[in-house]
Design a protein. Sequence first.
Length: 169
Amino acid sequence: MASEIGGRERENCPLPIQGYPAIETEKESMDMTSYNAIVEIGVSADEITEDWGDAMIERFLSWHPAIGVSSLGRAELVITLAAETLRQAVEVVSALTDGLDVVRTTVETTEDFDRRGMADIPALLSVSEVASAIGVTRAAVQKRINSGSIPATKVGATWAVPVSALGGV
């Protein structure tokens, strides 16, 4: 089965790596640490379609993915994984993202990721709320998200738009 990832056809996107299951049992994870990886992919915001996002979510589903647009206007993937060491986490993320046009990767403990992220969480709106606020249709908002003129983060199957983004709309 082939899927389109970042403008390239790719055969059978990799699933859990041998020896590194995505979900550990309690006993197996006792010596494991939870890590988060932020992976910026060389796919511009206007290339991120719903199908592309869905394919990425499906490919990384076992690692609790979130897809968004980076501050530089490129696709950004956030995943969570368990590993014994930071080095192991980096190696697993590298293997998982093999075949993608990775521009930048940051890996840190989930504890640090959460602490850093708590201060940075902006107020968010749904596509419907943005459409209502600016007086356009949901489809018009989706087009603007796809073109990058409205920054948004895909969480699961839902787009979330920072309230601050409405100032420029």
